[in-house]
Design a protein around this ligand. Sequence first.
Ligand code: F6P
Length: 322
Amino acid sequence: MKHIGLLCSGGDSPGMNCAIRAVVRSSLYHGRQVTGIKRGYAGLLRGEFQNMNLSSVGNIIQRGGTVLQTSRSPEFMKPEFRKKAVSIMKAQGIEGLVVIGGDGSFNGAMSLWTEHQFPVVGIPGTIDNDISNTEYTIGFDTAVQTAIEAVDRIRDTAHSHARTFLVEVMGRNSSSIALKVGVCTGAENVLLPHDKVNHQKIVDDIQRGIARGKESSIIIVAEGPTAGRSYEIQQVLKDMYHMDTHVVILGHIQRGGSPAANDRFIASQMGNMAVDALLAGKYPVVTVVQNGKVMLTDLANCTTKADHNFTEYQTLAQTLSI
Ligand code: F6P
C-alpha cells in the first residue's frame, strides 16, 4: 500500500489532531503518501483532498478540534454514495483509509469494506467513551477534566449562595462522562441517561445535606438522547417539591480545548498502530484499549455503542457525598 487516506468523522474530540499527526508522520516515515480528507465523509464525496507532508501536522499536537475538520454525513448511509466515495478515492490513488470517529463513523467504514473490500482502519475518537470493545476513546479524559473544572467553579458560587445546581454533561446515551465527573467533583447525585428520575430522593438527599450543614449541592445530569433534560427536572422540583435549583448545561465547551496527556499519548500510539496495520495488510480493524493496552481488534467488534455504565460509580458518588 503506497497511499493512505485519512479523515475525521462525527463529533470532534480533543486529541484527534494527535492521531492525525501520528498517522501522517508514521506514513511518511515508511515512505508512503498521505492524503487528508477534509470534513469527513461529506468532504470525501466532494473530493476535498489535501496532500499531507511533515509540516502539515507541525504544531497541532496541542490543539483541540481537528485540523481536517469533520461532519456528520447522512448521504454516506446510502450505498450509492459509498460506491461513489470508493471511486473518488481510487481515482485519487488512495488505497487504504484511516477513519477517526465514533461507532457511526465505523459503520460507514465497515460498509466500505463489506461492499467494496476497500481497506479501512478505525481510530476511536469521541468524548463519549461509548464504543464497544474499547475501554477508551480519544477525547474522553480531556472532556472530563474540562467538566470537572467547570463544576469546581460552579461549586464556588453554589456554596456562596447556598444553592443547588443541576449540571448537565454531554455523552448522549453514554454514562461515562457523568459518572466520572460525579465522582471527581463530589457531586451529591448523578442522574444517568436512562434513569427514571426519582425526584423525591433528590429532594431527600439535598435536605439531609442541608440538615447536616451543607451549603451547596451539585447534581450531575447525563444529557441522554436530548440535551436540555435538566430543565424538565428543574421544573418538577419546583412545581412538586417547591425546591429552587439552577441549571447549567456545559455543552460544547466539553468538546474543545488542548488535549490532556492521556489523549495525546493514546492518540499517538493509535495513529502509529493504524498505519502499521494497513501496511501489514491487517484490515478491517480498529485500534482499541483493552486491559489498559493499545491493540487491534476486528472492526466488526466496534460498530455498536457500549455504555460503560458502571452504576457502582453512581453509588460511590452518593456514598462519598453524604
Ligand atoms: O458524540 C459526541 C457528542 O458531543 C455528544 O456527547 C453530544 O450529544 C453530541 O455529540 C452533540 O452533537 P452536535 O455537536 O452535532 O450537536
